[in-house]
Design a protein around this ligand. Sequence first.
Ligand SMILES: Cc1ncc(COP(=O)(O)O)c(C=O)c1O
Length: 468
Amino acid sequence: MMLQKALRVLSSRGRPNGQGIGLMSRSISGNAVSSQELIEYESDYSAHNYHPIPMVFSKAKDVHVWDPEGRKYLDFLSAYSAVNQGHCHEKILNALSQQAQQLTLSSRAFHNDIFPIFAQHLTSMFGYEMILPMNTGAEGVETALKLARKWGYEKKHIPKNEAIIISCCGCFHGRTTAVISMSCDNEATRGFGPFLPGLLKVDFGDADSLKSMFEAHGDKVAGFLFEPIQGEAGVIVPPKGYLQSVRELCSKYNVLMIADEIQTGIGRTGKLLACEWESVRPDVVILGKALGGGVLPVSAVLADKDIMLCFKPGEHGSTFGGNPLASAVAIAALEIVEEEKLAERAAEMGQVFRSQFLDIQKAYPHIIKEVRGQGLLNAVELNAKGLSTVSAFDICQRLKERGVLAKPTHGTIIRFSPPLTIRLKELTEASKAFKDVLEHDLPNMQRQSEGNAPHSPPEPCDRCGRIK
Ligand SMILES: Cc1ncc(COP(=O)(O)O)c(C=O)c1O
């Protein structure tokens, strides 16, 4: 019964009379289906992965999203920075529909007439000689790990099966088995072992510790993998000079410097790549998310030939990587970043965002611990004591009720990363909503949650035993 109802919901989409996908469109025999019902269907039929905010997206354009009831919201998550160009950008949709009518998939068992154009565009825009296209970010990271190992054996002459990759405490690079083998997040790792061998960890932002590790293991270290700003960890910006030190150490110890710019890249932090803030050129760059313009999963690894050609024909692959549809979408997504000067806009609007939120912090210093970020990748860290029994998740729910969508990360941190097309008026709307939540909602929330269990203290990491 439930399934039939759900199927009718799905088949009611795309009706030619304008009641297709759109506001209040999911009707069953004329009855509107509410956000609440859709959330229930989802929990009946879909496995768990995230902890979603109870909000159903039904339609989106640029920085705005509508739910099935027709309520309008400002998107301050941008699908974890995958929608840098704004939702449903006309140029991307045109590229998608034109290419979809021409050719969608060749697989790379053959060549197609659009992937080479995408490859040329991406290499010249980012200044690398070659790309290796994949689909999701995690696949991009996996590809970079394999490339580093291969390079380590072929070029650095590391003894067979002894190559080491160093990554950072607090990192997030995706959810595959190899990638979670580098994670310090107990939720992501517990119950999923055994993990990949050949991985070591170092504190993020600590160049001295990295140097010690290179001194101890340098002849076996193939790569150092890092995020220039740790996104999922709560927008952790490393100390000034860190990226330059990493560059120098990697060059000195002949280790590949591998920047995961999946979240920070493509203009998000106010430069095309976040590494540009310290004028640093990594040996390997991984891109994803906004490379697909918020429309398709597109990721890529960039490197020069002396590294990339360590992969020989047949040694790596992906059925969909470099497919014509994704290539056409990615070209449009990259052109928009250049044409609309999105990196420059992110730098400018990011300054405005932080100054508005720093003003709020001045009014609520006991609630807001820190406002930080670069460009339009920002976070507000709340004070657990000041919040009392209220959580950052509760704050995000109230923000949603006031028309702003943001997502907490790690209990007390809220990340704000709107599309890079955002304007001053919308930034100001969002900061006002946040201030209103602190001023008008928080006291009531605190009263209502009195007697609830206080925040449980953060757990030590299973790997190193430390509390972050
Ligand atoms: C820095 C970084 N790397 C990799 C990934 C994984 O990307 P995907 O979810 O597309 O696999 C993410 C996703 O949030 C990320 O932020």
